[in-house]
Design a protein around this ligand. Structure first.
Ligand SMILES: Nc1nc2c(ncn2[C@@H]2O[C@H](COP(=O)(O)OP(=O)(O)OP(=O)(O)O)[C@@H](O)[C@H]2O)c(=O)[nH]1
Ligand SMILES: [Mg+2]
Length: 342
C-alpha cells in the first residue's frame, strides 16, 4: 500500500491513541532534514509539548550507558519485559553511534531485544543515522516527546555516548544509569570519569557464574570511589547495584533505585530544575544547529572551506587566517562579528 502523507491532525490523533505505527512515522518525520518535514515536525511537537503550568511530564526518562558489550541491550530487554509485566509502556531509543560504525549492530539490537520487541506495550527505535552533524541529541529529544505523547511512560535511551561527550546523556534524561562489567579496571573499560560523575545509578552487570564474586568486589570499590566525587544529582548518593541481565537478577532492584531517584528529584525540586536546564540546552543547540546549517548553505562557503583546507595543508596560510576567509566567504566583511576577526 502506498504510504500517503499523514496530516498533522492524523499524526496527533494516532499518537494520542498510542498507535506504534504512527509513532514510528512521526519519529521518521522528526528525523528528516527536509525543510517542509522539519516544519511539520515542529508543528506536531508544539501540539504535544506541555504548556505553561503543566509541569514536567511524568514519564521516566532513563539513560543507559556503558561500553560496547557491557550488556545494555540485554539489560533493557530484561528490565523492559519486567516493566511491561508491571503495566508500564516502555519505549527504547538506541542512539548508539557504534550502530553505524559497526554496521549490523542495529539488527543485532533487534535480535537481542526479541522478547521485548514483540510486546504490544513496547516500542524500540534504533537510531538510523547517528553521527549526523549535531543532530543526535535533538532527534532524541524530539523522539522522546513523541514517545511520551503515545503513552509510553518509561523511555530508555541506550547510548555509548550521544554527542561530543558522554556527559551529554545527562542533558537528555532524568536519570543516568551506568552499566559496568566486573573484572575490568576502569581504564580497560574505557570509562571516563566524566560519565561516572553524571551517573545517578551504577549497575555492575554480568554478576553471574564465576563473575558474581568479582561483581561484588567491583561494586564495593565503586561505592568507595564515589565518596570522593560530587553528587551527580544534588542530595542523592549514587547507588551501586549488581545485576545479571541474562539471569534477570537485580532488575527489580534497578527499577527501585530509579524510582527512589525520581522521588528524590521530585521532592527536592531538582526534576523541575533539571528539565529546565535541558530545555535551555535544547534551545541553544537548536539555534546553533540552524545557524551552522544556514552558514554552510551560503553560496561560496563550500568552496572557501575546500580552499582553506588546502591552504592549511600546504601551510600557505595559518589556521586562523584560513578560518577567517571561510567566515568572510559566508558572512561577508560587514556581517562578520568583530570578535570573530582574528
Ligand atoms: N553472562 C552474562 N552475559 C551477559 C549479560 N548481559 C549481557 N550479556 C552478554 O554480553 C554480550 C553483549 O550484550 P549486549 O546487551 O548486546 O551489550 P550492549 O552493551 O548493548 O552492546 P552494544 O550495543 O554493542 O554497545 C551478549 O553476548 C550478551 O548475551 C549478563 O548479565 N551475564
Ligand atoms: Mg546494545
Amino acid at each position: 500500500m502506498a504510504r500517503h502523507r499523514l496530516s498533522i491532525d492524523d499524526l496527533e490523533a494516532g499518537l494520542r491513541a498510542g498507535d506504534r505505527g504512527i509513532l514510528a512515522r512521526a519519529i521518521t518525520l522528526a528525523e528528516s532534514r527536509r525543510a517542509d518535514d522539519r516544519e511539520r515536525a515542529q508543528e506536531l511537537i508544539a501540539r504535544l509539548l506541555p504548556g505553561p503550568g503543566d509541569g514536567p511530564s511524568p514519564a521516566r526518562r532513563i539513560g543507559l550507558t556503558g561500553v560496547p558489550g557491557a550488556g545494555k541491550s540485554t539489560t533493557i530487554e530484561a528490565l523492559g519485559v519486567w516493566l511491561v509485566e508491571q503495566g508500564h509502556k516502555v519505549a527504547v531509543l538506541a542512539v548508539d553511534p557504534s550502530s553505524t560504525r559497526q554496521g549490523g549492530s542495529i539488527l543485532g539490537d533487534k535480535t537481542r531485544m526479541q522478547r521485548l520487541s514483540v510486546l504490544d506495550d513496547a516500542f524500540i527505535r534504533p537510531s538510523p543515522s547517528a553521527g549526523v552533524l549535531g543532530g543526535v541529541a535533538r532527534r532524541t529529544r524530539e523522539a522522546m516527546v513523541l514517545c511520551e505523547a503515545a503513552g509510553f511512560d518509561v523511555v530508555i535511551v541506550e547510548s555509548v555516548g550521544v554527542g561530543q561527550s558522554e556527559a551529554e546523556l545527562a542533558e537528555l534524561v532524568d536519570c543516568v544509569c551506568l552499566l559496568l562489567v566486573p573484572g575490568a579496571g576502569d581504564e580497560l573499560q574505557g570509562i571516563k570519569r566524566g560519565i561516572v560523575e553524571v551517573s545517578d545509578l551504577i549497575v555492575v552487570n554480568k554478576a553471574d557464574g564465576d563473575r558474581l564474586r568479582l561483581a561484588r568486589h567491583a561494586a564495593r570499590d565503586y561505592r568507595h570511589a564515589l565518596r570522593l566525587l560530587p553528587d551527580a544529582t544534588p542530595g542523592w548518593k549514587t547507588q551501586v547495584l549488581i545485576a545479571s541481565a541474562t539471569e534477570g537478577t537485580g532488575i527489580a532492584e534497578t527499577w527501585q533505585a530509579i524510582q527512589g531517584h525520581r522521588a528524590h528529584m521530585e521532592e527536592s525540586g531538582e526534576l523541575v530544575r533539571r528539565r529546565d536546564r535541558q530545555q535551555q540546552r535544547w534551545l541553544h543547540a537548536q539555534v546553533e544547529e540552524a545557524v551552522l546549517t544556514a552558514f554552510h548553505a551560503r553560496p561560496g562557503v563550500a568552496e572557501a572551506l575546500a580552499d582553506a583546507e588546502r591552504t592549511v595543508r600546504d601551510a600557505t596560510t595559518t589556521v586562523p587566517q584560513a578560518a577567517d576567509r571561510v567566515l568572510r566567504a559566508g558572512f561577508g566583511d560587514e556581517a562578520l562579528p568583530p570578535d570573530a576577526r582574528s
